[in-house]
Design a protein around this ligand. Structure first.
Ligand SMILES: *Cc1c(COP(=O)(O)O)cnc(C)c1O
Length: 223
């Protein structure tokens, strides 16, 4: 495994996709998802030039957070979070990508000592195995969350089905972008909705084509 080569290839591919989408350079940030490796390999990757790091489980997030505390990193919790675990982790999280219920938002609002940047997870494909609000549920959820001032809704997060075709990926990701735009245009307090978290190792090109601002990439760094 050649981590430096993988790192360079991922960043070059993201840069190329950004350029081909006629979007400004650096408008897409790469989150290195380190869930497949231990802290020492994660550290090796960080040392090749990584700013954003992501984990999907609370226990592994905390392990990496403590092991890499000397690095100046931005920390992303990208996987679903149980309410009983919010207290243990939320004040270490810079961005939380998987806000999938009003009750979870309420708990975050209660436990956070400063505003936490959160993405509403939306299940656009309608796959039963996926977490997230359905499109129809979003407006009402956002309305309740107006009272949760520690929950800063920076954008939407979505995941496409693993086996989706190029056309299906474009349909899902463009729908996410249009939903995001509608929400941003409401100009609600503490809900800027400027960001889109979408795109993984297999589908980041389509995600960037459709306006993604954060891609979450794991496999491509460690293959
Ligand atoms: C694992 C994971 C990723 C990274 O997926 P790869 O296909 O390995 O790039 C992205 N987002 C979430 C929520 C994940 O759990």
């Amino acid at each position: 495994m050649t981590i430096q080569k993988n790192r360079d290839a991922v960043f070059a591919a993201v840069e190329l996709a950004t350029k081909q989408a006629n979007r400004p350079q650096n408008s897409v940030r790469v989150i290195a998802v380190t869930k497949y490796v231990d802290s020492s390999l994660a550290k090796e990757l960080v040392n090749t030039g990584i700013q954003h790091i992501g984990e999907n489980r609370v226990d592994k997030f905390l392990d990496k957070y403590h092991a890499l505390s000397s690095e100046n990193l931005t920390w992303h919790l990208i996987g679903s979070l149980q309410r009983r675990k919010v207290k243990a982790v939320i004040n270490y999280v810079d961005y939380f990508h998987a806000l999938d219920s009003v009750k979870l938002a309420e708990e975050i609002n209660k436990r956070a000592t400063k505003p936490v940047k959160c993405f509403l997870q939306v299940n656009i494909s309608g796959e039963e195995s996926k977490h997230g609000f359905s499109i129809e549920e979003i407006d009402q959820a956002v309305d309740v969350m107006k009272d949760f001032e520690q929950v800063e809704l920076v954008g939407l997060m979505t995941m496409a089905p693993f086996e989706a075709s190029h056309e299906e990926l474009n349909a899902i990701f463009s729908k996410a972008e249009s939903l995001r735009k509608e929400l941003a245009e409401k100009h609600l307090p503490h809900m800027p909705f400027t960001e889109l978290s979408m795109g993984m190792s297999g589908d980041f090109t389509e995600a960037i084509d459709n306006g993604s601002t954060f891609v979450r990439i794991g496999t491509a760094f460690f293959k």
